[in-house]
Unconditional design. Sequence first.
Length: 383
Amino acid sequence: MKYLEEFRQPDRVRQIADSIARLNPPPARLMEVCGTHTMAIARGGLRGLLPAGIELCSGPGCPVCVTDQPDIDRFIAMGVPGHTLATFGDMMRVPGTTASLEEARAAGADVRVVYSPLDAVELAGGATNQVIFFGVGFETTAPAVALAIQQARRDGLRNFSVLSAHKLIPPALHALLGSDVRIDGFLCPGHVSVIIGSDAYRPVADGGVPCVIAGFEPLDILQAVLRLVQQVQRGESRVEVQYSRVVTAAGNVKAQALLAEIFEPADVRWRGLGPIPGSGLVIRKEFRDFDAAYRFPVEVPAPRETGCLCGDVLRGAIAPPQCPHFGNDCTPRAPLGPCMVSSEGACAAHYRYRPTLRQAQGDPACPERSRGERSRGATELPA
């Protein structure tokens, strides 16, 4: 339990929160760009420990959420007879234009949930169907997909391919800096940073926005927030590594080499952020025998509007409770968009750990609201 329990001690967490408050910091809007951070912040009630004026907002850190709807529609359209679609569980209930993968399976498509890309390779090895894996994720999961393609080539599989919808984090940060959304600092992702290294964020910091790479326990996150607040207060912008027990400056060079062998950067669309140059990974032509987009071209329907504001949530323009559908006609059981579906989605995090109506009304039978909530005012949401 080393590196876990010591970062979960309530007394130490409150000491860091008090240290932030004693700085009497200027107002600052800090964005976490990692879905695991989003869930950890909500689960730990960390927003409520911060002084008024220090706002934590969620960004495009959920790979399921930022996957563009036409990519989902394209994958569903590939589920014709003779094809087996393999995907991670989080993708099953994300609404497409006409259906979700779960609904497509109910209608007869062969859709399987796998736990790793290599599971999909194994599935193809014992099947006659074409097995198509949906490659969704950031720099963290893309190396495993590259390994799967390597393995399929070694095994001589002709019935395995990948629809790549992988995204790269640094280009998205640059896109956010060019948007109309105010961001005073980035809480950078721990898992992604293990692969790409802290040096990958230097251009962002050079552009005037502080970056601190954080771990995932409450103390990790608040220590990173403290460092960001200190940089903002001093007018500095540099890259710091709070998660130094795992993250290095150069990152995992072997994983980077593997990605460069199988993939190449491409201009792709992100939900909420639109097209971002060089922000995606497509399969190189040398491996196009494993590229589902090349092997199985399909037509996709024009996207339809559902009123879901997931895109605004992903770029930090609004908080989930500000969406009029949140908790009303958009819930985890009946989601309008991916932010309410994914286990790393900001809407799902806010919904799961939202203050109940009784807490908002100050019911003494419920836990007392934290000082941050009292200073800002609690949001009354449906229970």
